[in-house]
Design a protein around this ligand. Structure first.
Ligand code: PBG
Length: 338
């Protein structure tokens, strides 16, 4: 894109188009609507709502409340919900085998939401970390994450979710080859309509902190060399951008229908690069730490909450994203509809 030469002063007055709400609306270059939002939601195994202390306004929902929330999403014009499980710590083990349970809380939530509001898309997280006692997304052997054995389990987890009625499988584990393995299995099982949104460029980030509290994640590095204290051997180095394009290219080649960049706000440059490089629906995940920052500042009266919510979400649209996964989804939809 070339910027035309500016006419000599004073003919050029960029403020002319900012003078009224109608002119600003008329020349607006990007638009945020409820249809851009995927509601990030945490389900727990018990009854009632369990607030997440580091995420004011977010509660873990029971299966029944998830079903009610699906109806709410439909009424608000939110196209899809991404569901994440909170699992009782006592039920976790090193293999994360509860991830495969066809009667587990994820499968029950998916069924309940699809029954309650079939018009709302349901997206499931494919990864082992909610289910492992060590908190990692994959299987651990002597302190190392074993890629290919993990992929086998992820395929079984994805198949269970697809059979429960999940519309979009979203592998967030960052193992090599998992998108291709899941796609091959879906084809073989005749599940040809199930979509894959890969967490293609997912970075090892400090901004996942509140989420790990929300899902009751096992403690990384819990006092042992057997358990690495971070996810840097599978999630990306935050300094890299070219590598993100290679990750995305690979996931597209392996059969992803949509790709994601995560976290969101610190990685807007990656969103823009991915949008420009590939003709693919590209999503950004406004993660738990981004939610917590905005709510903490707003809670202190340091920023205007509603304006900050819309501005932060709108930034993703300006960067070219097709949509945003966010804990603010219902809140933002309500503000937009007001
Ligand atoms: C892990 C997973 C994470 C999130 C979604 N899936 C955390 C992590 O990678 O440790 C983070 C979501 C958020 O912070 O809102 N499979």
């Amino acid at each position: 894109m070339t910027i035309p030469p500016l006419a000599p002063y004073p003919a050029t007055r960029l403020r002319r188009l900012r003078q009224a709400d109608w002119t600003r609306r008329l020349v607006r270059e990007s638009l945020l609507t409820p249809a851009d939002l995927i509601w990030s939601m945490v389900v727990h195994e018990g009854e009632g709502q369990l607030p997440v202390p580091s995420m004011p306004g977010v509660s873990r929902l029971s299966v029944a409340d998830c079903a009610a929330a699906a109806k709410e999403a439909r009424a608000l014009g939110i196209p899809a919900i991404a569901v994440f499980p909170h699992i009782d710590g006592a039920k976790k083990d090193a293999s994360g085998k509860l991830a495969l349970d066809p009667n587990g809380v994820v499968a029950r939530a998916v069924k309940a939401m699809k029954d309650a509001a079939p018009e709302v898309g349901i997206m499931c997280d494919v990864a082992l970390d909610p289910f492992t006692d060590h908190g990692h997304d994959g299987l651990l052997e002597q302190g190392r994450i074993v890629n290919d054995a993990t992929v086998e389990v992820l395929v079984a987890q994805a198949l269970m979710q697809a059979r429960a009625g999940c519309d979009i499988l979203a592998p967030s584990d960052m193992m090599d080859g998992r998108v291709g393995a899941i796609r091959t299995t879906l084809e073989a099982e005749g599940l040809t309509d199930v979509m894959i949104m890969s967490y293609a460029a997912k970075y090892a980030s400090a901004f996942y902190g509140p989420y790990r509290e929300a899902i009751g994640s096992g403690k990384l590095g819990a006092g042992s060399v057997e358990n690495p204290g971070d996810k840097k051997t599978y999630q990306m180095d935050s300094a890299n951008h070219a590598e993100a394009l290679r990750e995305v290219a690979l996931d597209i080649a392996e059969g992803a229908d949509m790709v994601m960049v995560k976290p969101g706000m610190p990685y807007l440059d990656i969103v823009r690069q991915v949008v420009d490089a590939f003709a693919m629906p590209t999503f950004a995940f406004q993660v738990s730490g981004e939610y917590a920052m905005i709510m903490a500042a707003a809670g202190n009266g340091w920023i205007d909450e509603e304006r900050a919510i819309l501005e932060s979400l709108g930034g993703f649209k300006r960067a070219g994203a097709a949509g945003v996964i966010s804990y603010f989804a219902p809140r933002a939809a309500r503000i937009l509809g007001a």
